[in-house]
Design a protein around this ligand. Structure first.
Ligand code: NAP
Length: 283
């Protein structure tokens, strides 16, 4: 029951109607009998600064941040945690003593989703397709956990080159167009192949990534950040070829669980969060 004492969090995005986070978090609050509510907050880009001031004014205890505000929200916050500075984006805000502190739980959320499946990162070679915000969070996490080498493939070489410059000198990361020979070489050496583009996401199920599967080692683990559908064509192809596959549901739950823990100080009920998402995802 919502009362005058109920604590409020929400998700700032535009649009937010598709987001599964309100469902996932409200079920989690109920499961732990915490007096919190999570509300969708559609905010047009021009109103973002007012929205952040509004969160403080209305006594919100925190929020999630999604497309298109993850980067543009940063100047409106009072403080950035190292996770947000590293990822160059904010997906979680904690509001304490009238101050908005920005965090990024996507990076750790992705890593936790691998650890949950006993996947080793240290010393491995990763190939990443895409060079957007999610790819940056993934790369930060992989670097922090001792990845050996990273190749970024995109549909345009300059984008890959720009992306690579975001990381400290000395990082073993290269980028190219995924049609280039050096991408094919990296694919043959990779232990982790990760789709960080929206290719294959609902409703465009039929669009496929340009991978020559003959070049991918049988032992390579194949990840897709997409969780809707749970099995993209990319993952289905990999699974048929005998690869271990991991979809984006683990990352979605883990990034949400970490945000939940920042707001409430309680351990998030991850299994319940997974269950509720599984029920509503498109098959
Ligand atoms: P983003 O910042 O817009 O970046 C998207 C990347 O994909 C860019 O490199 C873009 O290339 C590339 N791309 C987009 N459409 C393409 C196409 N048709 N062909 C080739 N490349 C294309 O998006 P993001 O925030 O990184 O999100 C990427 C994906 O991760 C989305 O599917 C999102 O739903 C998913 N995600 C999942 C989670 C989770 O919790 N599971 C969290 C975050 C994101 P250009 O720069 O050339 O356009």
């Amino acid at each position: 029951m919502i009362t005058g004492k109920t604590k409020t969090v929400g998700i700032l995005g535009y649009p937010v109607g598709h987001s599964l986070s309100p469902l996932m978090h409200n079920v989690a609050f109920d499961a732990l009998k915490l007096d919190y509510i999570y509300v969708p907050l559609p905010v047009e880009p021009d109103h973002l600064g007012q929205a952040v001031a509004g969160l403080k004014a209305m006594g919100f205890v925190g929020a999630n941040v999604t497309i298109p505000h993850k980067v543009t929200i940063m100047p409106y916050l009072d403080e950035l945690d190292r996770s947000a500075e590293m990822a160059g984006a904010v997906n979680t805000i904690v509001i304490k003593n009238g101050r908005c502190i920005g965090y990024n739980t996507d990076s750790q959320g992705f890593i936790q989703s691998l650890i949950a499946k006993n996947i080793t990162i240290k010393g491995k070679n990763a190939v990443i397709m895409g060079a957007g915000g999610a790819a940056r969070a993934v790369v930060c996490g992989l670097i922090e956990h001792g990845i050996n080498q990273i190749m970024i493939g995109t549909r345009s070489n300059p984008k890959a080159q720009e992306f690579v410059k975001l990381f400290p000198a000395g990082t073993n990361i290269q980028g190219c167009d995924w049609q280039e020979g050096m991408f094919t070489e990296a694919i043959t050496e990779c232990n982790l192949l990760i789709n960080c583009t929206p290719i294959g996401m609902s409703p465009d199920h039929g669009v496929i990534l340009p991978i020559n599967w003959q070049n991918v080692k049988n032992s390579a683990v194949i990840c897709d950040l997409i969780y809707n559908p749970p099995l993209t064509q990319f993952l289905a192809h990999a699974q048929n070829g005998g690869h271990i596959v991991i979809n984006g549901a683990g990352m979605l739950v883990e990034q949400g669980a970490l945000a939940f823990e920042l707001w409430t100080g309680e351990t998030a009920p991850r299994n319940i969060m997974y269950e509720v998402l599984n029920k509503v995802m498109v098959r």
